[in-house]
Design a protein around this ligand. Sequence first.
Ligand SMILES: C[S@@+](CC[C@H](N)C(=O)[O-])C[C@H]1O[C@@H](n2cnc3c(N)ncnc32)[C@H](O)[C@@H]1O
Length: 293
Amino acid sequence: MEPQTNTREPIIQEPQIHEPEHSEVREPEPAEPEATRRDAGVTESSRANRGWWDRNADDYQTEHGTFLGDDRFVWGPEGLDEVEAELLGPPEDLKGKDILEIGAGAAQCSRWLAAQGARPVALDLSHRQLQHALRIGGGVPLVEADAGALPFADGSFDLACSAYGALPFVADPVRVLKEVHRVLRPGGRFVFSVTHPIRWAFPDEPGPEGLSVSSSYFDRTPYVEQDEEGHAVYVEHHRTIGDRVRDVVAGGFRLLDLVEPQWPAWNTQEWGGWSPLRGNLIPGTAIFVCVRD
Ligand SMILES: C[S@@+](CC[C@H](N)C(=O)[O-])C[C@H]1O[C@@H](n2cnc3c(N)ncnc32)[C@H](O)[C@@H]1O
């Protein structure tokens, strides 16, 4: 069965960058958001993150596009590649499989899956991220939707994957996991990567200042950036390792493996708070390999 993509309108426009004329009146620059820790629910988190990714997609793709590659499947800043990891299974077994990529960004992973003969669908909350998927091309079907409400029929996919997509940002990860479970066929895997929970206890800095514990690992209060009126403009949610395992089980999955990629010698590149210095000492990414029985 083909996945049903009965979402809103398909995305058909090429990205349009509007440069203001000199005579145009420029809007005043918005004030820098305030970073804080406070509660943020499902709707507020989703709305804030959609806006943040729409506003920051261009910078994100400019900064990280080369590292990600147009058609590579990289699980995180360490550079672990699905070609070597085979967390979704051997590449030859991907042929003909219906695969849902969640939080796909510019759909780099889906493009690699398509090259293996799979039938990927790339889903993301952010219209602008998906416009970058269109810009790169490759013909992968794109769906603009929230991972907490997947617009597909039950049992539409053989596999699902997510490289840092959605799960670090949602207030209710069990809801996402239950949705992924629903759209998978029996025996299907869901493999997803997130920031390693231990990182929450350290400053998000690539240098030595990022090596000393500065807050409690056990404090689940979300990280929120908010505007002058107190509206969230970016939200990240922390779960401990134990929370993540319980979420996977509550979502109906069996956990097959938890992969903590080591920083490889070839990777000299920093990515925000991820760096060779820290990567050689503490894990930066956790990859959960789950199966829907
Ligand atoms: C760090 S990027 C990862 C994208 C891609 N996997 C990559 O490695 O570049 C996170 C992506 O998750 C998307 N996202 C955040 N919250 C989401 C949600 N609730 N549902 C679907 N996508 C979401 C963002 O729009 C963004 O494109």
